[in-house]
Design a protein. Structure first.
Length: 579
């Protein structure tokens, strides 16, 4: 009895690879041969051939319509053919393949990439950048990677997955020709199209602040990506963590919240209570924004948290759990809980439940959504929903009825968090808290958060104007750009300054942010749209009261700008202008 190992693969990793695996398994059974099969699939778990299986195999048979890295088969008898050849008469093809298999030598090795660890010579690099809001870090990281790649003499193209969708999209040919793939993302990014390529993952923050270091690590640490393989899935899960799952949900929720908030604000143009009159345009706008968009907010949050954990099979149970969180009054806290419950339930079923090969295709479309939805629904209704709804109710009541002292203290804390890491985890935690409260019609914290988030970039711009002789020419230009970014609520505009002088910049920003956040809460400012900066002022009643809100922002900007202008060491400037 022969002992063989079989590898099947196709570009999409969906139909042909799975069909070929099934046919060849049946053919091996008819021949009374022992066959170990590695079906490289994007929808099913991949049982990668172990070194023990490879060593004991009489021959390695590869049926593929795409490149398969055969480095691990050096010294073994190997035969490779296309999937179309094996489907007509699998038994005859398999017998012929074993007879024609020849020993694979080093010179015959085919890899999915020729990138070496030292990355000598120009290479072709493709990359993707994506951050939760899809506004600042996404594009700044892309620019940093492009500049560093060109500086090192490589050919690089970066696809940005921003709030306006994918830009500068990578083509199939560019991916196929690439020596290296870099994924700089803080959210879940679909990677199926990079199957078989050398791939390295990092965050947008590291790609922006430590570009050269990350580029070097990409060449040395990149590994061949196998879509949906068990080993890759466990490694990806370990690297991503709960924060990244949460940010994936938040990033997909934001467009819904922003659209809903602006539509609600538009309804107020006709009067604060005009929407209460049935049949009016104000009522219609309120139905679209509050009734439809905000109703989707929590289900989308939960759905894409689950999607980040378990991929597409987790989406349905996550959406269902989020809808239950919304209907039971559990709010955004319940939505977060539902997303994690649904995601990990779906992942558990995908990893632990084994079915015959012929039924495996039913798991992602039937078994996982059904069982995970049932489990998530029961847990939300009977265990999680009630207690979390009580917590949300108490939190909302506290926020809506707290005295001025508590309000100011909350504003100070949120303001400091927004300015601490300029778009990092602490900043995003505060932002997520404010966005989540919008569904409970609690608009004060969101106002303080956006106002404080504008301060770092505005303050750095002001500092470069106040103390021109302390800044290099390049820094003064960066200050102008930073000021504009601040007006748009993009606190990342201050990152170039913070990266160069963190011990002075961060405290200056936090001082100004704390003042702005505290004043915003003291003035009772409310914000219906969670993004847009001062441009939200173009919509009447989106921010109230407008004048005092601007005073809060101006005060914080002045504190940050004057503080850093004073603290900045004149000796730091290499090129100065006359005072």
């Amino acid at each position: 009895m022969k002992n063989i190992a079989i590898v099947t693969a196709c570009p999409s990793g969906v139909a042909n690879s799975i069909i070929a695996a099934g046919l060849l398994e049946q053919a091996a059974t008819k021949l009374n041969w022992k066959a170990s099969i590695e079906c490289q699939s994007s929808v099913l778990p991949v049982d990668v051939l172990t070194q023990e299986v490879i060593d004991s195999a009489d021959a390695i048979i590869i049926a593929a319509n795409t490149t398969v890295d055969n480095t691990r088969f050096v010294g073994k008898k190997v035969y490779q053919g296309s999937i179309s050849e094996c489907t007509t008469d699998p038994k005859a093809w398999l017998e012929d393949a074993v007879n024609k298999a020849v020993e694979l030598t080093e010179s015959d090795v085919v890899t999915t990439s020729t990138v070496t660890a030292d990355a000598t010579g120009p290479k072709k690099i493709v990359a993707i950048t994506a951050c939760p809001t899809g506004v600042a870090h996404t594009f700044m990281a892309a620019e940093a990677l492009e500049e560093e790649g060109k500086r090192q003499g490589h050919i690089i193209k970066v696809e940005t997955r921003g709030s306006v969708g994918a830009k500068n999209q990578l083509t199939d040919q560019e991916i196929a020709e690439a020596d290296l793939v870099i994924i700089a993302a803080d959210i879940e990014v679909a990677l199926d199209r990079f199957n078989g390529k050398r791939l390295y993952k990092t965050s947008t923050g590291l790609a922006l602040k430590k570009t050269e270091q990350e580029m070097g690590k990409a060449f040395s640490d990149a590994t061949v990506f196998q879509s949906s393989s068990k080993a890759q899935s466990s490694q990806t899960e370990e690297n991503k963590g709960m924060y990244k799952h949460l940010m994936t949900g938040v990033s997909h929720m934001l467009p819904v919240v922003i659209a809903g908030g602006l539509l609600i604000a538009l309804s107020f143009v006709f009067g604060i209570e005009a929407f209460k009159e049935p049949g009016t345009i104000a009522a219609t706008l309120m139905d679209i924004g509050g009734g439809a968009a905000f109703a989707l907010m929590i289900p989308v949050l939960a759905g894409f948290i689950a999607f980040s954990i378990a991929d597409r099979p987790g989406l349905a149970p996550g959406l269902i759990g989020g809808m239950l969180a919304s209907s039971t009054g559990a709010g955004f806290l319940g939505g977060i809980a539902a997303g994690f419950i649904a995601g990990y339930a779906a992942k558990f079923i995908a990893d632990k439940v084994s079915l015959p090969q012929s039924m495996e295709a039913l798991k992602p479309i039937l078994i996982i959504p059904f069982v995970a939805s049932l489990f998530t629904g029961l847990v939300m209704v009977y265990i999680v929903g009630g207690p979390v709804a009580g917590i949300m109710s108490a939190l909302t009541e506290f926020l809506n009825n707290m005295g001025s002292t508590n309000a100011v203290l909350l504003g100070v804390i949120l303001g400091c968090m927004m300015c601490f890491d300029l778009g990092g985890p602490v900043n995003k935690a505060a932002y997520t808290f404010g966005v989540g409260l919008l569904a409970s019609q609690t608009y004060g914290p969101m106002a303080a958060i956006m106002a404080a988030g504008m301060v770092p970039a505005l303050g750095m711009g002001l500092a470069t104007f106040l103390a021109k002789n302390k800044f290099e020419a390049g820094e003064r230009e960066a200050g102008k750009a930073s000021f504009v970014l601040g007006l748009c609520f993009i606190s990342e505009g201050a990152i170039p300054f913070a990266a160069k002088d963190p011990m002075r910049v961060i405290p200056s920003c936090m001082a100004g942010g704390a003042l702005t956040g505290g004043l915003s809460m003291l003035f009772g400012a409310q914000l219906l749209a969670p993004h847009g900066g001062l441009f939200v002022l173009l919509i009447p009643n989106a921010i109230t009261p407008v004048f005092m809100y601007l005073v809060a922002i101006a005060a914080g900007t002045a504190v940050t700008g004057f503080t850093y202008a004073f603290l900045k060491n004149k000796a730091d400037a290499k090129e100065v202008v006359a005072a």
